[in-house]
Design a protein around this ligand. Structure first.
Ligand SMILES: Cc1ncc(COP(=O)(O)O)c(C=O)c1O
Length: 481
């Protein structure tokens, strides 16, 4: 048993000692990260078995907890910051982000009100203006940082609900109201369905609009659906358009969709959770053309903008309406400054809020817009290279257009020769993916595109270099043969 002095970490000297050790450990982790298997190789329940059922009655020193962190926890970690992490969409980090996050944790600030840390609120205001300008949204958009795109989209659906009912559901509840409808393409993210359920629309009031051969929402089908619903006395409340769908980074045609929403006076929310980052490139700005007419838009710096999880940028055109929807004024939260300042507690669901603006500030200042653009531009270029290798190969085929940094493809030994046996191809590609992931060398995931089982390779990790993409292609061919 250690001496009591060491057990409870109270003195700043002890904290300093352990802090230095932790930083050393993290520096070595990043230096050696390629030695770890990208995807954790443990079986379900394996970690839990090593954890005691009951909490300890007596405290213990940091050293012994840290030993268990290395022994028990680390094997169950999937290394999202590994440069050969090509799965899902990234949740990438970076040194400036990580260092700032340490300060955030150290300060332990709750930035619910301006008064509870003026710098947190004012920095958030400023970095959201920076971000807005970086992706080319018009100046009338105002931003707030939420935890995730799921929360941002939920805020949008709640605001749309209140817009459609003149703030009545907030007052009266849903019971007395007509059916409100939400429209989303068959490629929309599951967070939209979840938000529709939580916000009280009900799953059966989600209208799924078909996508075309490029997985983009068909605007004419959207217009028909809206027209039909109005004819049936249903109330269109919100259209969610996706820029960068999860399966294939397809881009819904925002301009005609915005026109339809304007004609039908329906809230347009743009889900650009992953792809919004690409719009920091002037040559990619076109993906958000039409978003200037949306009521709200979300994009996640915590996915592809080198800012560690969580950090979701939610932009709205009418910040007053957002506040009218969410504002609650209990006596104990009133402050003298309320008339002059922003209190972000009124801009979303949570009262208590983390100080997330700090890491965004560090990231944007450290890389500069140009530095960030260079990283993102490389990722997009390498995805194009990878797609070309797939197209030129005799046994792999591409299954969707490459709009940015994601390639959807599969192994198909009889490419172009005979009719595809979908069940067999699915089995083959599942096996290929499982074996590759079990090797620990790379990590990729899959989706289904119009019934076809597809592998997904997303290039968006901060530390990925072209060599890692070449290695991934070499491994794919090696494992396939
Ligand atoms: C298009 C899209 N929207 C929303 C989300 C949900 O993001 P979050 O995890 O921040 O809620 C994702 C996640 O990958 C996504 O791809």
């Amino acid at each position: 048993m250690e001496e009591k002095k060491d057990m409870f970490l109270k003195s700043s000297d002890d904290f300093r000692k352990h802090g230095h050790e932790f930083i050393d450990w993290l520096a070595n982790y990043y230096k050696n990260i390629e030695k770890y298997p990208v995807k954790s190789q443990v079986k379900p329940g394996e970690i839990k078995k090593k954890l005691p059922l009951n909490p300890p009655q007596k405290g213990e020193g940091i050293d012994s907890i840290f030993k268990d962190f290395e022994k028990i926890i680390m094997p169950g970690i999937t290394h999202w910051q590994h440069p050969s992490f090509f799965a899902y969409f990234n949740a990438n980090s970076s040194y400036p982000s990580l260092l700032a996050e340490m300060l955030t944790a150290g300060l332990g600030v709750n930035s619910m009100l301006w008064e509870t840390s003026p710098a947190a609120t004012e920095l958030e205001e400023r970095v959201m203006v920076w971000l807005r300008d970086m992706i080319g949204l018009p100046k009338d958009f105002k931003g707030v940082i939420q935890d995730t795109a799921s929360t941002s989209t939920l805020c949008a659906l709640i605001c749309a609900r209140e817009k459609a009912t003149g703030l009545r559901i907030n007052e009266k509840g849903f019971q007395a109201h007509q059916k409100l409808r939400v429209y989303v393409s068959d490629q929309g993210h599951s967070s939209i369905e979840k938000a529709a359920k939580i916000a009280g629309y009900g799953r059966e009031n989600i209208v799924v609009i078909p996508s075309n051969g490029e997985f983009r929402m068909k605007p004419e089908s959207l217009a028909n659906a809206l027209r039909e619903d109005i004819g049936r006395q249903l109330t269109p409340a919100c259209v969610v358009a996706t820029v960068g769908t999860t399966s294939s980074t397809a881009i819904d045609p925002l301009e005609p969709i915005a026109e339809i929403c304007s004609n039908f006076r329906t809230w347009l929310h743009v889900d650009a959770a992953h792809a919004g980052t690409a719009a920091i490139l002037p040559e990619m700005r076109h993906i958000l053309k039409g978003a200037e007419r949306a009521y709200s838009l979300v994009f996640n710096p915590h996915k592809w903008l080198m800012t560690n999880f969580d950090c979701s940028a939610y932009f709205v055109r009418d910040a007053e309406f957002l506040q009218n929807t969410f504002s609650i004024q209990p006596e104990y939260l009133k402050t003298k400054a309320d008339r002059e300042v922003i209190n972000y507690r009124d801009w979303g669901i949570q009262l208590g809020r983390r100080f997330r603006a700090l890491k965004l500030w560090f990231v944007i200042r450290h890389y500069g817009v140009e530095g960030l653009q260079n990283i993102v531009r490389d990722h997009i270029k390498w995805a194009g290279d990878f797609a070309k290798w797939v197209d030129e190969s005799k046994e792999f085929e591409r299954l969707a257009p490459v709009t940015m940094n994601l390639v959807c493809f599969r192994l198909n030994p009889s490419k172009g020769k005979s009719r595809d046996d979908e069940a067999k191809l699915e089995e083959l590609n599942k096996k290929l993916m499982d074996e590759l992931n079990a090797s620990g060398k790379i990590y990729l995931t899959h989706t289904k595109l119009k019934g076809k089982y597809s592998l997904r390779l997303c290039i968006g990790q901060t530390n990925t270099e072209f060599g890692h993409v070449q290695d991934a292609w070499r491994l794919l061919k090696e494992f396939a043969s």
